[in-house]
Design a protein around this ligand. Structure first.
Ligand code: SF4
Length: 361
């Protein structure tokens, strides 16, 4: 698609209307109270990826209370960072924040860099987060493009094509950059995101209350429901997973996932994916042997939990098990521990394991 040509006058009107609307209508959000603190912008923008504002607020406040600045985050244990993040999902974000904080201390003397180019050298910081931090905290003329901005631009300019496709995404980045009023990028970017979050919503956009309604092509052609173009729905694979709560006297065994894996660094009950034609009980015993090198007796199934991830779904079956022989070894996991059930709350577990813990307790 060819990027729409925009006259200076049209760009100015677009920016002026949007900025005036934002000044009147922006929500009072905790990270906006000190919007020029790059650490706060970075943490909030990282949390806001893939997560709703209402969910983010308590996580943001807990995170800031526990790790108030880059140095505090850099010197924290990863286990503690993951514990604060527990339940927010997409744990790579937390691991990358921790790694990036260490790099900021080592390479930038503890000061978050201000340019998009330098920010993008840090783990977990892509074009969007770099643009957000550079523009909001440092006033740099850098655009942003997230789901909310994409939706507004696709509708306003009638950009057809799936927003995540390479061609359409390039067009949208160009538009976001062209529209940017020099010297006002921070407010402008936030205004565009705010419009997408509160007015130009995925369903039932409030066109009558929209500051850019007059020249919006989707509104004029009644295409709001058709734009942005939706990706064809894929059927997600569904796996059966069996895990054991393995008892040895009054203690139970937990294992830590490898950092490189999905949900890396989190603790879990030993187990794994069932193979074809394998019983659930056999799966728990086999996985425990392969992961930790111990023999167990598998007892009753006490919990069944369904859980969805971005690319697949699982049904998790939990069994009470009894340790029989062997000292655990971290063969297929990063670490292991025998712990008292009352201490389960001290460790970060994925959401599906937390549901099992709730039933266990
Ligand atoms: S007029 Fe409607 S569709 Fe167009 S940008 Fe505004 S809210 Fe979105």
């Amino acid at each position: 698609m060819v990027t729409p040509k925009l006259s200076t006058a049209r760009r100015n009107v677009f920016a002026a209307r949007l900025l005036a609307w934002y000044a009147q209508n922006k929500r009072d959000l905790p990270w906006r109270r000190d919007a020029h603190d790059p650490y706060r912008v970075w943490i909030s923008e990282t949390l806001l990826q893939q997560t709703q504002v209402a969910t983010v607020i308590p996580y943001y406040e807990r995170f800031l209370a526990r790790f108030p600045n880059v140095r505090a985050l850099a010197s924290a244990r990863l286990d503690d960072v993951l514990k604060i993040w527990e339940g927010a999902g997409y744990y790579a974000r937390a691991r990358n924040l921790h790694r990036a904080a260490k790099e900021i201390v080592a390479r930038f003397d503890g000061k978050i860099p201000s340019t998009v180019e330098e920010l993008r050298t840090l783990p977990g910081i892509g074009r969007y987060t770099a643009g957000a931090v550079a523009s909001i905290a440092f006033g740099r003329d850098a655009p942003v493009l997230d789901g909310n901005v994409s939706r507004v631009l696709c509708r306003y300019f009638k950009v057809e094509g799936e927003p995540k496709s390479a061609v359409t995404e390039r067009t949208l980045w160009e538009l976001a950059g062209t529209l940017l009023p020099r010297g006002r990028a921070g407010d402008f970017n936030q205004a565009l995101m705010e419009l997408g979050a509160t007015v130009c919503t995925p369903r039932n956009p409030q066109c009558a209350a929209c500051p850019i309604t007059r020249a919006c092509l989707a509104r004029r052609l009644n295409l709001q429901d058709k734009l942005p173009t939706k990706r064809a729905k894929r059927k997600l694979p569904h796996h059966q997973v069996a895990v054991g709560v393995i008892w040895k006297g009054k203690h139970i065994l937990i294992a830590k996932r490898f950092a490189r894996d999905l949900l890396g660094g989190l603790w879990e009950f030993p187990g794994g994916h069932c193979e074809k034609n394998e019983t659930l009980a056999h799966c728990v015993a086999r996985e425990t042997r392969e992961e930790l090198g111990i023999a167990i007796a598998v007892g009753e199934e006490f919990a069944v939990v369904d859980h969805g991830y971005s690319h697949f779904k699982i049904t998790l079956h939990a069994f009470h098990c009894r340790w029989i022989s062997g000292r655990p070894r971290a063969v297929g996991c990063a670490a292991w521990k025998w712990i008292a059930p009352r201490d389960l709350g001290r460790y970060a577990f994925p959401a599906a394991n937390r549901k099992i813990i709730a039933q266990l307790q």
